[in-house]
Design a protein around this ligand. Structure first.
Ligand code: ADP
Ligand code: MG
Length: 727
């Protein structure tokens, strides 16, 4: 075994587990006191900044106005004093490289004072811009190797915060990460750009409805995060979980999730303690986590915050993932964020609840009380429908990864086909709009022709459909195809931009049709809605997205079904995508190409690592156990009475046959991995997808069968049953 801990030791260690004393007790400090205590929040700023500086900074934060450089020094100084008072020695510009992770580089506040002592220093320039060696982050050819510098730029709209460690704290400043020529090397930069594009086009449409707003129209996001908790002693005994975050081997357990007894069930005590500490840590960081519960699979759970402005929600989701991982360790567990840690058991996703609006205009995906409001709602809703119809493949590409491929298209998560669920009532309204005759709605309310007489729509969306990748749920759309380990930035970048494009289209249509004549407005709205429904209705699907019939029906409708990452990623650089992103200034062609390249590379690296790991485990764990048992069995057969010998030799034959099969496929996988190959990143990715993955599946098939034959005491890998049910 990998020398650390084998199965028996792992189980023994778990039975001896003693929980650590709680780090912080809600009885001693109330949740309201804790909430945001480690954030350089509005409250702190109001207390610590001169009024003029505070007002100026707020303007930048809320209205998106350019930052006045003279305020930066004052803010930096206040931030430093606040951080040092709370035990900080260092600051770090936190950024979000294309690996999907969070990166940080620490700098001390201290500088020598020239007299043998030291001063704490933090200037406006240090706050606004950091310089970082970017060479170890993927750039996809954007950055020449001789110019390895990358710059981090302060994101004023996401507040700075302190992270705690038993030995002190450090100040974290959320930043954007760009190359020296200004190209985005991260996930935040395009998100901020896409919000600007969305704001501009949404405001044009609102203006046509006579709505003015001072605040930018922005996107909101609420991410439901699923995860697994596995005792860390098991993980130490499973190199696959440790390195790849998923099990590469493992026979199907006798009990899985068939009983449906896990969802919303009583949470085990250790897990509950973990959840409470997670909530506390997140409260300190000002993250409004709201719900926590068991999920469908054994040992699977979910945490969801109240939705926030999209950029903030994205930073907060990254922090949620980091806190889940670190707190799990304190409770002797490992938090697996992988999309499919266990084959045959539900995987983990991250539902991205998405809406747009602001504090003045409210949520633009929410039906209103007046016909006028409802017409506006239908226009924004139709914009979303058109956007997803036109750019479904692009949206699909934003959730493509080696790990998410294991989940999408299985019978637990939305299929790789992107469609929109509207619910019965809204579908009915749009159906009538399509036919140009809006007579009534299913709730039996009278609805005359003309949008100004649409009845109030009930806010409750009625039925829920859990099989749709993009479902309308009353005041938002829920994009369910995002993977549990992914950043939610990419999907929002796409959603904001494709929505901006559709709103641009609608505004232009309305402007042309009315020519400034208000009396023509209602008819123009009616006409554009009808046109959108006629053009885009193929994207609407309210049925069972998991069914086989839908696969065929979607094909008839001409909807793309991009099953794997190499199928999906090229949409990033399709001519329509390049035109879209460049038109709205969100991503340049070079930036898009680099992104596609990086994601393809990541795909290849992930599978290559897994294949190598699989070979290693086969050679050092599975074969040795098999040979030992073979030997034992052969000896036993030789000593057996004739009557038993028959049974013994049958088992031995079965074992030997399987072992031969396993040797053959292992050898083949090794050959395929070793064989020289070249070509573009896409060609390589196809190879991993079409050649390596099926070869890996063969190895697994044999190994999993061996697990069910070999003597239990010789099998050192913790089983699915043990990992999923011992807590
Ligand atoms: P469910 O499991 O039924 O989908 P949850 O309560 O687990 O519901 O999660 C719903 C998520 O949707 C929460 O994060 C919530 O804050 C978010 N949400 C609610 N309304 C909106 C909205 N208008 N825009 C974006 N997210 C929203
Ligand atoms: Mg949900």
């Amino acid at each position: 075994m990998n020398g650390i801990m084998a199965r028996r030791d792992a189980i023994k260690a778990i039975t001896e587990y003693k929980p650590e004393p709680a780090a912080l007790n809600f009885n001693e400090s109330s949740p309201t006191e804790i909430f945001g205590c480690n954030v350089f929040s509005d409250k702190v700023m109001r207390q610590r900044l001169p009024k003029k500086v505070y007002v100026s900074l707020k303007k930048t934060m809320e209205l998106g106005e350019k930052l006045d450089p003279s305020v930066a020094d004052v803010v930096a100084n206040a931030m430093k004093d606040w951080a040092i008072e709370k035990g900080a020695t260092h600051f770090t510009h936190v950024f979000y490289p294309l690996t999907g992770l969070t990166a940080e580089k620490h700098d001390s506040f201290l500088v020598p004072d020239g007299k043998g002592g030291a001063l704490a220093e933090f200037s406006g320039t240090m706050l606004i811009q950091g310089e970082s060696d970017a060479s170890s982050f993927p750039s996809g050819g954007l950055r020449a190797t001789f110019e390895a510098r990358g710059y981090t730029a302060w994101d004023v709209t996401s507040p700075a915060y302190l992270l705690e460690n038993p030995n002190g704290t450090f100040l974290c400043i959320p930043t954007a990460f760009v190359s020296w020529t200004g190209e985005a090397l991260d996930k935040k930069t395009p998100l901020l750009r896409s919000q600007q594009a969305l704001n501009k086009q949404a405001k044009r449409v609102l203006q046509l409805f006579g709505v003015e707003t001072r605040l930018p129209v922005t996107c909101y996001a609420g991410a439901e995060q699923e995860y697994f908790l596995i005792d860390r002693n098991f993980v130490f005994a499973r190199p696959d979980l440790l390195i790849a975050g998923r099990s590469l081997f493992g026979a199907k357990p006798a009990k899985g999730q068939e009983f449906g007894d896990q969802y919303f069930g009583v949470t085990p005590r250790r897990v509950m303690s973990f959840m409470m500490e997670v909530d506390r840590e997140l409260f300190k960081l000002g993250i409004p986590v709201k719900t926590r519960h068991n999920e469908t699979a054994p040992s699977q759970f979910e945490i969801a915050p109240i939705y926030e402005q999209g950029n903030l929600a994205t930073d907060h989701n990254q922090l949620i993932m980091a806190v889940l991982r670190s707190v799990a360790k304190r409770y002797g567990m490992v938090c697996l964020l992988h999309e499919k840690p266990f084959a045959g058991i539900n995987g983990s996703g991250k539902h991205l609840n998405y809406s747009i609006g602001n504090d003045e205009v409210g949520c633009l995906f929410e039906p209103g009380d007046t016909p006028h409001d409802n017409a506006q709602f239908l226009v924004f809703c139709a914009a979303a429908i058109r956007a997803v119809y036109k750019y479904g493949a692009l949206l699909r590409a934003t959730v493509a990864s080696a790990s998410n491929d294991h989940r999408l298209g299985a019978h637990e998560a939305p299929p790789a086909i992107i469609s929109v669920y509207l619910g019965e009532q809204l579908t009915d309204v749009f159906e009538q709009i399509k036919h140009g005759k809006v007579k009534g709605c299913k709730q039996k309310c009278i609805m005359n022709i003309g949008v100004d007489t649409l009845p109030p729509l009930p806010r409750d969306p009625g039925d829920r459909n859990r099989t749709s990748p993009f479902a309308f749920t009353g005041n938002r759309f829920e994009f369910r195809a995002v993977g549990s380990s992914m950043s939610i930035a990419g999907s929002q970048v796409a959603l904001n931009t494709i929505l901006a494009e559709s709103l641009d289209y609608i505004a232009t249509e309305l402007e042309q049709a009315t020519g400034g004549d208000e009396k023509k407005f209602n008819a123009a709205v009616q006409a554009v809605l009808q046109k959108i429904m006629l053009d885009c209705e193929a994207i609407i699907f309210n049925g069972d997205g998991y069914s086989q019939e839908w696969q065929q029906e979607a094909e008839r409708r001409g909807l793309p079904n991009l099953r794997t990452t190499p199928d999906a990623l090229p949409a990033l650089t399709a001519p329509s995508s390049i035109a879209l992103f460049t038109k709205y200034g969100v991503l340049s062609e070079a930036e898009l190409r680099s992104r596609e390249e990086i994601y393809l590379e990541q795909y290849c690296k992930t599978i290559e690592t897994e294949a190598n790991l699989m070979l290693r485990m086969a050679k050092t764990v599975i074969f040795p156990a098999s040979f030992r048992y073979q030997n034992e069995l052969a000896q036993a057969c030789a000593n057996m009475q004739a009557i038993n010998r028959e049974y013994g030799t049958t088992t031995l034959d079965q074992l030997t046959a399987n072992l031969r099969g396993m040797q053959k496929v292992t050898y083949e996988l090794q050959e395929l991995i070793d064989s020289p190959r070249g070509g573009t990143a896409l060609v390589q990715a196809r190879y991993y997808c079409d050649v390596i993955l099926p070869a890996m599946a063969e190895v697994r098939k044999h190994a999993d069968l061996l697990e069910t034959i070999i003597a239990d005491d010789l099998w050192t890998l913790p089983s699915y049953m043990e990992m999923l049910f011992i807590r």
